[in-house]
Design a binder for this molecule. Structure first.
Ligand SMILES: NC(=O)c1ccc[n+]([C@@H]2O[C@H](COP(=O)([O-])OP(=O)(O)OC[C@H]3O[C@@H](n4cnc5c(N)ncnc54)[C@H](OP(=O)(O)O)[C@@H]3O)[C@@H](O)[C@H]2O)c1
Length: 287
């Protein structure tokens, strides 16, 4: 175990919480970077530190004395590259020894601006970080579809018949924790991809089998999405997601599961296993 805490950027979000949990379960000390004033949102068991990623305030203090940092950007943030530059500059100033960056599968796919920003952010970090750097490129998570499936109704603004090799967030977090606690892996770039290539229609059918109840699937137009669920998003996020839906409509999002299988040392968690665990949890009476 390295000396000094591990800083997790974006610790209060979906991914950050999973990474903090995986680190805590291994006995690591975890510092949770959260927005100023939102310290109470830090995951239990972590040390909250206030960081504003939009201007870098708090980054140097948060990084001081850390053994490693997990950097993830807020989802579809228009300034993802500026955020990476600020994190990379602070890492260099504070002499950080090890940084793991949460990128995305296919960061050079020109159809998706937010994927391209991840590719540029990877390069910005490589130019700045003087310690070791590992890049993880996860596919779309099982957990993106899971809440709708558990609610019994999935509404898609893209084809239900293109394939996705989705990945369990817990598997991503497990690999992230291993990478953070092992600074000897400098330079690694790893795709984190689930085993099965399933269309959303197949994922919904499997959900009905595992959960034992019907799940309604409807496919709408991108325009209806933009005027409905997407209407309250900032324009840049709406445009990025609309471009992503158009790419998903063409050929889904598919990668090679070999690296994740090797990194985990076991078969990645299947969609059915994620469903079974979530279905059991949602069936439990509140404690
Ligand atoms: N979902 C997927 O399938 C998938 C797959 C591959 C890669 N990714 C990438 O994973 C990353 C994380 O996604 P996510 O869904 O876990 O993100 P998220 O839930 O939006 O979490 C981002 C966190 O960043 C915090 N944040 C936002 N603005 C901030 C600021 N100015 N200063 C400090 N903190 C700020 C948010 O704070 P609040 O909680 O206070 O808002 C939130 O806790 C994204 O970059 C995404 O592209 C996602």
């Amino acid at each position: 175990m390295p000396t000094g805490p591990v800083l997790v950027v974006g610790a209060a979000g979906k991914t950050g919480r999973a990474v903090c949990g995986a680190l805590l379960s291994r006995g690591a000390a975890v510092r949770a970077a959260v927005r100023p004033g939102r310290e109470a949102s830090a995951p239990a068991g972590t040390e909250p530190v206030a960081v504003d990623l939009t201007d870098g305030r708090g980054l140097d203090a948060a990084l001081a004395g850390c053994a490693a940092t997990y950097h993830l950007a807020p989802n579809v943030h228009p300034d993802e590259v500026g955020i990476a530059e600020r994190v990379g500059d602070a890492a260099r100033r504070t002499g950080l020894r090890h940084l793991v960056f949460h990128s995305v599968l296919h960061p050079d796919d020109v159809r998706m601006p937010h994927h391209l920003r991840k590719g540029v952010a990877e390069r910005a970090l490589r130019q700045r970080v003087s310690g070791s750097l590992v890049v993880l490129r996860p596919s779309a998570y099982h957990e993106n579809l899971l809440p709708q499936v558990l609610d019994g109704a999935v509404a898609l603004p893209y084809s239900a018949d293109t394939p996705f090799t989705t990945v369990a967030l817990a598997d991503v977090a497990e690999v992230a924790a291993t990478a953070l606690l092992d600074p000897a892996r400098d330079g690694e770039v790893q795709d984190l991809v689930g085993l099965e290539a399933l269309t959303t229609r197949e994922m919904v059918a499997r959900a009905e089998q595992v959960l034992g109840r019907p799940v309604r699937l409807t496919v709408g137009t991108p325009g209806a999405w933009a005027a409905g669920p997407g209407a309250d998003l900032p324009a840049s996020a709406r445009e990025a997601l609309a471009a992503m839906f158009a790419a998903y409509d063409e050929d889904g999002l598919v990668g090679d599961p070999a690296a994740l299988t090797a990194l985990l040392g076991r078969r990645p968690t299947s969609w059915a296993e994620t469903l079974a665990a979530a279905g059991t949890a949602s069936a439990l009476p509140p404690s």
